[in-house]
Design a protein around this ligand. Structure first.
Ligand code: ADP
Ligand code: MG
Length: 367
């Protein structure tokens, strides 16, 4: 199986590390998304896996074969790694039609004419560009060119497909369609897909595994549910989620109110609460008496299509609190309310940003 293993992988372009000591395994057959803000090293990481960039230190192996190891002076060039690549800037052959571009790699592989024709037609249909077969790249929109680049790479049925923001030039409708195509391709061919994106929604909806990257280092590797429900760091908690997680800074009255009593040094701990992990009820139904409830008043009701955001000001002060709900809110602007946090939606972070496990008092007693 073609697992991709990275060990202590580091890339420096002179000053500082673009990728800083990344160690992880990308499982064969997975749909792995590398997710992180602009400039965090996503493209550099992908280019090293592809062999377009040499590691400064560390190792890469694909399917058990070491393909990059500067210490051993070992480097396998891109065309011998068994991978397909689609990059943000997709270089199509300008003098070839769409069909010729898609056919090109198959011709290089010396496939039979019958196979080439069938495969090209299949890829053009899959990416919904059959009607563009005879056009030249200059006659295509950015989104159409992007689909040609995808078709050209997928035609070669690589075992590993590396995609660097391949949907970035598509409009919203096409993006949805192409996402569905990629998911379908992954299911039907079992291709290992490594997909770079800065779009958390894209990552959450497509990936079997998400690698969250910040400043060249891995913050977390897990499923969409894991990175959302168990963020390993404050960075992950804040980067993933829309509307974003509510953060209560260390020492603020709201943070102190949210931190369970068994947590030591509560003044140093940042508390956060997912927008959907709370109940908001009108004060006049006796909510003030509920243990752990935070008093607030509603400042705005924001419709977001299928759901609502309730914006509130805490009586304790601090930043506004957002609550996301699929039900039409029964509260109104200006109304005093009680916020009742769900324990599972509260995440605590140490001063260094690392997740703090919430231990029950009984667990804390154990040595
Ligand atoms: N060829 C290069 N020369 C110098 N610095 C580079 C080069 N490529 C990338 N970098 C730097 O490395 C960091 C990571 O870049 P990149 O991998 O492109 O990030 P991302 O794809 O996440 O936006 C950035 O600070 C960028 O400026
Ligand atoms: Mg990039």
């Amino acid at each position: 199986m073609s697992d991709i293993e990275l060990k202590n992988l580091t890339k420096s372009f002179g000053q500082g590390n673009a990728v800083a000591g990344v160690s992880l395994t990308i499982k064969a057959g997975s749909f792995t998304c590398i997710l992180g803000p602009s400039g965090c090293g996503k493209t550099t990481l992908l280019r090293m896996i592809a062999g377009l960039e040499r590691a400064s230190a560390g190792q890469i192996s694909i399917g058990g074969r070491t393909v990059d190891d500067p210490a051993q002076n070992r480097f396998v060039p891109p065309d011998q790694r068994g991978i397909g690549l689609v990059f943000q800037s997709y270089a199509l052959w300008p003098h070839m039609t769409v069909a010729q571009n898609v056919d090109f790699g198959l011709r290089v592989q010396r496939q039979s004419a019958a196979l080439r024709e069938a495969r090209t037609a299949e890829m053009l249909a899959t990416l919904r560009i059959s009607d563009l077969a005879d056009r030249y790249p200059a006659q295509l929109s950015g989104g159409q060119q992007q689909r040609v680049a995808l078709a050209r790479t997928m035609a070669l049925a690589p075992k590993v497909l590396l995609l660097d923001e391949p949907l970035s030039n598509l409009d919203a409708t096409l993006r949805l369609a192409m996402r569905a195509e990629l998911a379908h391709l992954h299911r039907s061919f079992g291709t290992t897909i490594v997909f770079v994106t800065h779009d958390q929604w894209e990552a959450m909806t497509l990936a079997t595994d998400i690698i969250v990257l910040a400043d060249g280092a891995v913050q977390q590797l897990g499923s969409a549910v894991e990175v959302y429900d168990q963020p390993a760091s404050r960075f992950v908690a804040e980067f993933i989620g829309n509307p974003p997680i509510n953060v209560f800074s260390a020492g603020s009255p709201a943070a102190i109110a949210l931190i369970p009593p068994q947590v030591s040094q509560p003044n140093s701990i940042t508390a956060s609460l997912r927008p959907e992990a709370m109940d908001v009820i009108a004060q006049d139904v006796g909510a003030a008496q509920i243990a752990g409830a935070l008093g607030a008043s509603v400042t705005a009701l924001i419709p977001t299509g299928g759901s609502w955001i309730v914006e509130m000001a805490l009586n304790l002060g601090g930043a506004p609190v957002l609550h996301a709900t699929s039900a039409r809110p029964s509260v109104h602007v200006g109304q005093p309310v009680a916020i009742i946090p769900q324990a599972s939606g509260v995440h605590l972070f140490a001063p260094d940003g690392q997740r703090l496990p919430i231990l029950s008092p009984a667990q804390k007693e154990k040595p």
